[in-house]
Design a protein around this ligand. Structure first.
Ligand code: HBI
Length: 347
């Protein structure tokens, strides 16, 4: 059951789009029957998608903690779950990827077991309350991507930590990089791009920037503030092109202002052999192997980024690829997800 904030392939669903297609690919490879239920207009090369019409849900991260739950008329979320109600007898388990109240509230009304993969940390009181109710009444059905993300909830110990996974065959290991640094992500204030630009200017090293220019005024403000910074905006590339360019960079700078549940771009970089320089925030703290595959830096400290850039030669690109293969392959993620489902079904 996909995210209701955008059709699959629109990019609006952020990391969840990649997560859904990767888990689906791996479950199909293991011989499972899978159907993805997603908003109209969803595309996914050869993925089995059932498109559902209706009005999109508003993004949860733009809401205040006490904001009420909004369900628009002709809600695509409601229509998706009405479809699920009708077909539930054909399936062993329903997997919910939406960070929304309705699927959690509906859980007790379904005969078919529902596994919820919660993709962000605590954002609103209404969501915390309903996730906790399901975590208590349906033990083991709340999946998360990292311990840090789980720790943002009062019921952290009831969450199942799944990490995440990638199709590593798409990512080529690059042993000999150019001098450039990289920054990848939606260009928006919560991603802290200006710190990476400031560090690149201090070091006089080119910073290649990849990602959707979601907030253009934010981008223009950075260009005005750092007119001489050695930055190169490469654009929003499909994965195959992104990994080719990213792989040639000396390191990936990750400068989140908020608690990222995991860090898909971080494991994409590791898969290419690119070490990480990341703020010690959110799921990144569990991905970076300090001094081996990256450095964790004091959050919001440009000087911290600069100090880490100077120590890059201590990091081992082969170890980065190795970490991706050990922890974040589709195989490894598939094992964690399958075991999660089996434990739910056993109950
Ligand atoms: N907001 N309401 C809502 N529902 C989602 O499923 C959702 C969201 N915001 C962001 C989001 N999903 C994903 O982009 C992140 O979880 C990655």
């Amino acid at each position: 059951m996909s995210t209701p904030i955008g059709s699959l392939g629109s990019g609006l669903g952020g990391g969840v789009e990649l997560t859904i297609s990767n888990i689906t690919k791996e479950m199909l490879r293991r011989g499972h029957k899978v159907k993805i239920v997603a908003p109209q207009g969803s595309i996914g090369s050869s993925l089995p998608i059932k498109e559902i019409p209706g009005e999109l849900q508003i993004p949860a991260q733009n809401q205040t903690r006490s904001q009420p739950i909004f369900i628009p008329k002709n809600s695509v979320l409601a229509n998706m779950w009405d479809y699920a109600r009708l077909v539930q007898a054909d399936y062993d388990v329903i997997v919910n990827f939406a960070y929304d109240w309705l699927p959690l509230y509906l859980t007790p009304f379904f005969n078919c077991p529902i596994a919820h993969l919660i993709s962000m940390g605590s954002l609103t009181d209404a969501m915390d309350e309903i996730i906790e109710q399901v975590a208590i009444n349906f033990p083991g059905t709340i999946g998360v991507h990292s311990q840090t993300q789980a720790a943002t909830f009062t019921f952290a110990e009831r969450c199942i930590c799944l990490l995440n996974g990638l199709d590593l065959s798409i990512y080529q290991f690059c042993p000999e990089p150019t001098q450039s640094l990289a920054w990848v992500g939606r260009i928006a204030a919560e991603k802290g791009l200006e710190d990476a630009v400031a560090a690149a200017e201090i070091m006089g090293i080119t910073l290649k920037i990849f990602g959707l220019k979601q907030d253009v005024s934010y981008w223009e403000k950075i260009c005005q503030e750092y007119p001489d910074a050695p930055i190169e905006y490469v654009g929003f590339l499909p994965t195959v092109e992104l990994q080719k360019e990213l792989g040639q960079c000396r390191a990936l700078l990750i400068t989140p202002r908020w608690i990222e549940a995991f860090g898909n771009v971080a494991i994409e970089a590791l898969a290419c052999g690119v070490p990480l320089i990341a703020y010690r925030r959110g799921g990144l703290r569990e991905i970076v192997q300090e001094g081996k595959t990256g450095f964790l830096v004091e959050p919001d400290s440009v000087q911290g980024l600069v100090k880490a850039i100077k120590r890059l030669d201590q990091l081992d690109r082969q170890a980065c690829r190795q970490q991706a293969e050990t922890l974040y392959s589709l195989e490894a993620m598939g094992d964690r997800v399958e075991q999660w489902f089996q434990k739910i079904l056993k109950k």
